[in-house]
Write a protein that binds this ligand. Structure first.
Ligand code: GAL
Length: 663
């Protein structure tokens, strides 16, 4: 891995730029507008394969030469992409065996993007070839700042190449068929395998599929896609070791990628983020995505620096409808990422195309052209980002929330006691409650370095291997507080239930033993003693050392503990056997954080004002984002970097931001 220089220097600003979609006279306007907006980094070539290699082995780099030279002449640096997320039509016709096959056995065809099987040898070799040709030609181009491999790795496939690779991967993981049969509990429903040839990818089945099989299939794809990335990375690195290499992570429940495990393979963690909630929720989703990215960055390079590689300038994409961001929202979302460690703000995309599937996606230069609100806001943002060079240091975060990709996958399998439990939704609910209570949060993967975190939260972290159990125990033994929610630690790393009472992995630490589950119906709520309600889940909790904090107040569980606390040496281990309603969960997490000695970032910030602090040995900076449409009085002071003026215990304007250099 490189020690990258992304922690230093000016923030990067720009986005995806597609010169191949425009006549060259438009390029000249583009660079003039980029200069006006102070754009300093653009991603070029992401889906340009058919324009770079119109026939196998015949390269047409002349237009890219001219585009990169023009950008360089105008002071814009380039994240040069390998175009392997979109093979050209000639590729699919020449290699039909490399087209992806769905679980139903349907082979997909070109006409969109991402139409390949990443386990197919022909695809991998074509991808290496175009990456090598780009490396050969551009590795020393003065505009080149970063290699951007592929785009949003996340596809799976069920073809014969994939099945063969899956079998090899399984043999490696489980040693032999006995190991596989044991891990997948194949004695159930006559699934016992006696020959590797019998093992396929988890194709469509008559009834519930084997959960171990499904889980391993996701893990296999995470590693296969990582191998596809790594072989391109190595070619690019070999051509010029000074240029960092990355790929843009896509977040979403369909993505078979464990990004935490990829962190060490990239020189810089880069994420794409598109919030999907409109009313307030977009801010919380933004904060969570940025905290996730920082966790991955620390795991990889050890530093807090990462890069927001894509975001939408003026739209939030909700299901079936695009919501236009209100004035100021693009700025606040951008600063929320920068506050949490992003070394820049990049958008998808620079200029809105007239045609193609994403013709109505938002862009810095919209269909209306530069005489538009969004371009004026883009110019303003570019100017403001230039004032933030001095901001550095760690993000203040006394609480750590655990997110485990494999637990998320396992909880999406059929046959669970409730289809309403989702690990990522629990992570989001926990993060949202802490965000609303004003606590800085790190989002970490099991085993990550805990670094002075006062409180560790495990929200429905379903799987627990021995190392994770040790990691949690050591945190508590060192005096760190713990809060575990329902369905955490119930299964081992293969998804097999840990016997003897739930949650098998953490029973002793929590001082409870759960005997039975009582999942709740959609809309069903159980009152809790002390106020508030239980949603989604409830269970029969026996105390084996813990004390009750609240109890269920009606139904079959009336009088039985709902939330408990257990003193373990100097620490407290809380157990939450349900998903409390939002206010109750916020109060509970606040109580646990307080008991752990954690403080909110800016205790005086009113609701709706987001506060994030960065701190280094050279100073501290407080980001304040007013997400309300009212002025908000904030009793803090410091020089506001965005204006250069002293901010002194005064109202922050509606929908506005301030970044204070603290005295
Ligand atoms: C990203 C993708 C971009 C564009 C964008 C639209 O996931 O990388 O190419 O499709 O979504 O929101």
């Amino acid at each position: 891995m490189q020690t990258n220089t992304w922690g230093e220097g000016p923030l990067r600003y720009g986005g995806d730029y597609n010169p191949e979609q425009w006549p060259e006279r438009v390029w000249r306007e583009d660079v003039a507008l980029m200069r006006r907006a102070r754009v300093n980094l653009v991603t070029v070539g992401v889906f340009a394969w058919s324009r770079l290699e119109p026939a196998p082995g015949r390269y047409t780099f002349d237009w890219l030469d001219r585009a990169l030279d023009l950008l360089h002449d105008n002071g814009v640096r380039v994240a040069l992409a390998t175009p392997t997320a979109s093979p050209p039509p000639w590729f699919s016709l020449a290699h039909p065996d490399a087209l992806p096959v769905t679980a139903d056995g349907v082979r997909l065809h070109h006409g969109s993007r991402d139409t390949y099987c990443a386990a197919a040898p022909a695809y991998r070799s074509a991808a290496r070839n175009i990456a090598a040709a780009l490396a050969d030609r551009y590795a020393h181009h003065p505009a080149l700042a970063l290699w951007h491999v592929h785009n949003e790795y996340g596809t799976t496939c069920h073809c014969e190449h994939a099945a063969a690779a899956f079998r090899r991967w399984l043999a490696d993981r489980h040693g032999d068929l006995d190991g596989l049969n044991d891990a997948w509990a194949t004695s159930f429903w006559s699934q016992h395998y006696t020959d590797w040839a019998q093992v396929t990818t988890p194709r469509a089945t008559q009834y519930l599929a084997n959960p171990g099989h499904l889980l391993d299939f996701r893990r296999f794809w995470s590693q296969t896609l990582l191998a596809a990335y790594t072989e391109q990375r190595d070619l690019l690195r070999a051509a010029n070791p000074a240029v960092p290499v990355t790929t843009n992570y896509v977040l979403g429940d369909w993505v078979p990628v464990d990004h935490a495990r990829w962190a060490a393979a990239v020189d810089l963690v880069a994420i794409d983020h598109y919030p999907s909630a409109v009313d307030g929720g977009a801010e919380e989703q933004t904060a969570l995505a940025a905290d996730l990215a920082r966790g991955w960055a620390r795991r990889g390079t050890g530093g807090d620096g990462w890069l927001l590689m894509e975001s939408a300038p003026n739209q939030i994409h909700t299901a079936g409808r695009m919501h236009t961001k209100e004035p100021g929202r693009m700025l606040r979302h951008s600063l929320a990422h920068v506050a949490r460690g992003s070394r820049g703000v990049l958008f998808f995309q620079w200029r809105a195309p007239a045609g193609g599937a994403e013709r109505f996606h938002s862009a810095l230069v919209p269909h209306a052209g530069p005489d538009s609100r969004v371009f004026r806001e883009a110019v303003e943002l570019g100017g403001l980002l230039e004032r933030l060079d001095e901001v550095e240091g760690r993000v203040e975060a006394p609480v750590a929330v655990v997110r485990d990709a494999a637990s998320g996958w396992a909880l999406r399998h059929p046959g669970l006691p409730s289809g309403r439990v989702d690990h990522d939704a629990e992570v989001a609910a926990t993060h949202r409650a802490l965000w609303r209570a004003g606590y800085g949060c790190d989002v970490l993967a099991p085993g990550d370095r805990l670094d002075g975190h006062r409180l560790l939260v495990l929200p429905a972290v379903y799987l627990a291997d021995a190392a994770t159990v040790d990691w949690v125990r050591e945190h508590v033994q060192a005096g760190g507080h713990l809060l575990v929610t329902y369905l955490s630690g119930v299964a081992d790393s293969h998804g097999r239930v840990r016997l003897g009472g739930y949650p098998g992995a953490y029973r002793n630490l929590l001082g409870v033993r759960v005997e039975e589950f009582h999942p709740l119906a959609d809309g069903e709520r159980l009152p809790l003693t002390g106020g508030g309600t239980a949603t989604v889940w409830s269970e029969t909790v026996h105390l084996t050392g813990a004390r009750p904090v609240t109890a269920y107040a009606s139904g079959v569980l009336a009088g039985r503990p709902a939330v408990t606390r257990h003193d373990v040496g100097a620490a407290t281990a809380w157990y939450v056997s349900t998903r409390p309603d939002e206010d109750t969960y916020r109060r509970l997490l606040t109580e646990a954080a307080r008991a752990a000695g954690a403080m909110p970032t800016c205790p005086a910030a009113p609701p709706g004002v987001e506060a994030v602090r960065r701190r280094s040995d050279r100073g501290s900076w407080l980001f304040l984002l007013n997400h309300t449409d009212q002025p908000q009085q904030i009793p803090v002071s410091g020089v506001n970097l965005l204006t250069g003026d002293l901010f002194d215990n005064q109202p922050l304007a509606p929908n506005a931001a301030a970044i204070l250099r603290e005295p």
